[in-house]
Design a protein around this ligand. Structure first.
Ligand code: NI
Length: 160
């Protein structure tokens, strides 16, 4: 099922999310399925639960075009990040039409849990690192609007 995406300035986007307990209820399994379907349908590269109006620490990453199978991560955290930072142009499905340059650590080690509660941890760089950081920010109620150093598109759309 394709879910409705919450858009800025919806307050849920700026509210820190709740940890998910295990075993997860069926509703969470279904939510993750729906989030994967929704991010693909929207041609997005990542999506966090608050963007579909669920105040839960769940993210999905959809980088299939880059050869990375789509995956979900529950209770995700950045466990380590490189001192070196790089800038990348970012957008957000919840802030349609707005893009800007965001500076973040180049590499991270992220950790989290899969649907069965198994710990997943990986060190990564490149686009995967940036997407995971962007989505983890969502679970902490942080939007790219707080981090954009220079808008590249759509700044005028932000007038409330
Ligand atoms: Ni986003």
């Amino acid at each position: 099922m394709i879910l409705k995406i919450a858009t800025y300035p919806n307050k849920i986007l700026e509210t820190p999310c709740e940890e998910v307990g295990f075993p997860v209820p069926d509703a969470v399994r279904q939510l993750i399925k729906n989030m994967l379907e929704t991010v693909r349908d929207a041609n997005g590269i990542g999506l966090a639960a608050p963007q579909v109006n669920k105040n839960l620490r769940i993210i999905v990453v959809n980088l299939e075009y880059a050869g990375i199978p789509a995956f979900a991560l529950i209770n995700p955290k950045v466990a380590w990040s490189s001192k070196k930072t790089t800038e990348m142009e970012e957008g957000c499905l919840s802030i349609p039409g707005v893009f800007g340059m965001v500076e973040r650590p180049e590499k991270i080690t992220f950790s989290g849990q899969d649907i069965n509660g198994k710990i997943i941890t990986a060190r990564c760089g490149g686009i995967l690192s940036k997407v995971v950081q962007h989505e983890i920010d969502h679970t902490n109620g942080i939007l790219i609007l707080e981090k954009i150093k220079k808008y590249t598109q759509g700044k005028e759309l932000l007038k409330k």
